[in-house]
Every structure is written in structure tokens, then in C-alpha cells.
Ligand binder design. Structure first.
Ligand SMILES: [Zn+2]
Ligand SMILES: [Zn+2]
Length: 140
């Protein structure tokens, strides 16, 4: 696996380098142009709750191999990303690289996730509540 702190280019915007954004003590790659966020493997879990649960597993467990994404992974361009549901019962779809475990979130997907999390916010101490905490740390 490559150095995760290296310069990465946005999978949506040609030749647009992403910058590192510190969110809750975790450095993630952020594209200023389209508002997308790239999460290396483990960063989604690190942002949500370092000690509890496995959000990435819960989410990625539900990907279907035939649902290919239209973008290439910024770390492994030869690998086709796949579409996964952020939460298994949600309509929110994000892009996941099965090779390196990275996750791409489009700006619109973040908005949708935020709306969904506001709805779920009324159930504290739930797994969904912890997801909401993750979203609240994003710079939007
Ligand atoms: Zn971009
Ligand atoms: Zn990859």
C-alpha cells in the first residue's frame, strides 16, 4: 500500500489535487473544487468512533459486485470502484475501492447523509447516532 499522505488527485476533477483536511484529528483528502472527500481505509472508522463498532464493515458488507462506479480510485487507477450503500437501509450510495478499501464521498452524497442523520439524531446512543457524529465533523 502506498503512503496515504501523498498528494492525491480528485477522481472527479481532472488534474485537481486534493488537500489534506484535519477532521477530528484525522487527516482526510478534500477536493475544494467539487467538495468531495476521499477516505483511506480505516479513516471512516477513525472519524466515527475509534473504539466501537466497525462502520466500514457495516457499510461495505452490502456492496454488490456488479454495481461498478464511474470513477477510478485515486490510489489504484487500475481498480474499478464499486457503489455501496452508506448504511444498509439508506438510499445513499458512495464509491468504494475493493482493492485498497478507500471510500469516495461526493458533495451531494454528504448533503444526503447529513439530512438522513438529522432524522436519526433523535435516537441517541444508537449506532446511527455515532454515524451522525462522524458527519458533524465534516467541514460542510
Ligand atoms: Zn473534485
Ligand atoms: Zn484503491
Amino acid at each position: 500500500m502506498k503512503d496515504t499522505q501523498e498528494k492525491l488527485y480528485c477522481p472527479r476533477c481532472p488534474s485537481q489535487a486534493m488537500r489534506l483536511e484535519n477532521i477530528g484529528g484525522v487527516s482526510v483528502h478534500f477536493c475544494e473544487k467539487c467538495g468531495g472527500v476521499w477516505l483511506n481505509k480505516g479513516e471512516l472508522n477513525a472519524l466515527v468512533h475509534p473504539a466501537e463498532g466497525d462502520l466500514e464493515f457495516c457499510s461495505i458488507d452490502h456492496f454488490a459486485e456488479d454495481r461498478y462506479s464511474d470513477i477510478a480510485c485515486p490510489l489504484c487507477p487500475e481498480s474499478k470502484m464499486v457503489k455501496v450503500n452508506f448504511i444498509h437501509y439508506s438510499d445513499i450510495v458512495m464509491d468504494y475501492c475493493p482493492k485498497c478499501g478507500g471510500i469516495w464521498l461526493d458533495r451531494g452524497e454528504l448533503d444526503a447523509i447529513s439530512a438522513e442523520m438529522k432524522r436519526l439524531q433523535k435516537i441517541p446512543e444508537s449506532w446511527d447516532h455515532r454515524v451522525m457524529v462522524f458527519i458533524s465533523k465534516l467541514p460542510f
